[in-house]
Write a new protein. Structure first.
Length: 135
């Protein structure tokens, strides 16, 4: 199985690690399911989000094998809530599979939506990890 880490660190704007060869990663504005424009700046990929807007992370496996996508927002794993690292739980994608991750996994049946917000209100800052958030 191939491995990929899809990171999205969000405050008033967001950062998305676009892996490219393993998977396509996009941030989607859920008001109309419109992909946000990605900007490359100082070696990182960014999207601009309007505070209060809910969003999703769309991942598409580009390989002909399964991929594990360890996905984080503000440097926090969206499944476990732990500070993101490569060896954590993630989503497994079959070849060419596409999926929208719509929020923080709270349980098997509950998800807390992703929302663009200011840095002090970010999940990372509220859990004592503001260094993992966008400045």
């Amino acid at each position: 199985m191939a491995w990929v880490m899809a990171c999205v660190a969000l405050a008033a704007s967001g950062e998305a690690l676009a892996v490219g060869q393993l998977a396509d990663v996009r941030v989607i504005d859920r008001n109309g399911w419109v992909p946000l424009t990605t900007y490359f700046y100082r070696g990182e990929y960014w999207v601009a989000g309007k505070p209060g807007t809910i969003y999703a992370i769309e991942i598409r496996n580009r390989l002909n094998e399964r991929v594990l996508a360890v996905t984080s927002v503000d440097g926090v794993n969206v499944i476990s809530g732990a500070t993101a690292n490569w060896d954590q739980p993630g989503y497994v994608f079959d070849p060419e599979q596409r999926c929208e991750i719509t929020g923080w996994r709270k349980s098997d049946s509950k998800v807390a939506v992703f929302t663009f917000t200011s840095l002090p209100n970010s999940y990372a800052a509220r859990t004592g990890r503001p260094a993992t958030s966008v400045l």
